[in-house]
Design a protein around this ligand. Structure first.
Ligand SMILES: NC(=O)c1ccc[n+]([C@@H]2O[C@H](COP(=O)([O-])OP(=O)(O)OC[C@H]3O[C@@H](n4cnc5c(N)ncnc54)[C@H](OP(=O)(O)O)[C@@H]3O)[C@@H](O)[C@H]2O)c1
Length: 306
């Protein structure tokens, strides 16, 4: 079947083409998927043109990659149709990691290598399309990290490397030690979290020509559910108004708002419901006007731009 949306997103001029929206697997363990459900979810996403899947070693208490991997093992034809992203560097206290006595970060070469090898086993694949360092580590040594990235790329265990939740200076520091570009910084952004628009993260993305990935584009669902919060009520009022004008749903307006950002971001969706994916892809053809974009910004900040 031809994907509903076949246009692709160039993550970087020297990087891969991903889909314009990504499916995030953080909440996978809450979805109670059978193997059949997991395969159906992946197949439906592919049909819709969502081919990028976002994992992390820690998701589902270190278990979600394996649930996905079982589906790939069962349906080996799916691997070549998708791009797999995973992250490492956060060490949780968990029965599955008895050596961790405190929650901490580990960005040593040994830890990154061991994490990637475990992720490949969990996902039952030979390579990751993209490896991200999940969070900046105060003890990170940029040269050591760059070297292990380069080694893993040359061993074909990962195709590309990037980061998540890095500041502009942390990104620049690591990039300065690398021979190849970091192809993304995955950060939180939504109408309830505007930081990367103002802290230089999205400016750096435009400057260096990479597409940032955006996590929690709906603020983890809060934007739909928390009616006691005055800021959310204001956003929803404006959103409802704009929804009528464009004959679009709230989720579509919220995504169109993010997609209008000139850094060409890739929102990472967090739902396991295929109808939500279906609705989200419709936002790719929705262009909201500049003044409507600013109306939503104003609803979020509570004041007009100066
Ligand atoms: N790099 C990082 O540090 C980091 C951190 C957090 C997340 N992530 C990545 O980002 C992905 C997305 O994050 P997220 O799950 O917080 O994203 P999100 O899309 O902001 O939130 C997902 C939640 O919103 C709800 N939702 C979505 N559409 C809805 C709608 N139309 N109406 C009502 N509720 C709706 C979902 O409920 P339903 O299940 O009912 O649809 C789900 O509970 C994660 O899976 C993960 O891959 C990365």
């Amino acid at each position: 079947m031809t994907p509903k949306y076949s246009a692709r997103l160039h993550m970087h001029p020297e990087g891969p083409n991903f889909s314009k929206l990504s499916a995030g697997l953080w909440r996978l363990n809450e979805w109670n998927f059978s193997l059949k459900d997991m395969i159906h979810f992946i197949e439906t996403a592919i049909e819709l043109g969502i081919t990028t899947f976002d994992h992390a070693d820690i998701y589902g208490d270190y278990g979600n990659e394996s649930i996905f991997g079982e589906a790939l093992n069962n349906r080996s034809d799916l691997r070549d149709k998708i791009e797999l992203v995973s992250k490492c560097g956060i060490c949780l206290i968990s029965e599955n990691r008895p050596a961790h006595s405190i929650q901490h970060y580990n960005t040593t070469a040994a830890h990154i290598r061991a994490s990637v090898e475990q992720t490949l086993k969990n996902l039952q694949i030979d390579y990751l399309d993209l490896l991200l360092i999940h969070r900046p580590d105060p003890l990170m040594n940029a040269t050591e990290m760059a070297d292990i990235f380069m080694d893993l790329i040359s061993e074909q265990k990962i195709k590309y490397a990037g980061v998540s939740n890095f500041t502009v200076s942390q990104f620049s520091m690591l990039q300065s030690k690398m021979d190849v570009p970091l192809i993304t910084n995955q950060v939180e952004c939504s109408l309830l979290h505007l930081d990367p628009i103002y802290n230089g993260t999205f400016d750096q993305a435009q400057e260096l020509n990479f597409s940032p990935m955006i996590w929690s584009p709906f603020a983890g669902g809060r934007i739909f559910n928390e009616w006691h919060d005055e800021r959310i009520v204001n956003i929803r009022k404006v959103c409802d108004d704009i929804s009528k004008k464009y004959e679009a749903s709230t989720d579509q307006i919220l995504l169109a708002w993010l997609l209008k950002l000139p850094c060409n971001p890739q929102p990472v969706l967090g739902s396991g419901k295929t109808e939500r994916l279906r609705s989200a892809v419709e936002s790719l053809s929705l262009e909201i006007e500049r003044q409507d974009w600013y109306r939503l910004l104003e609803a979020s900040t509570g004041h007009p731009v100066p």
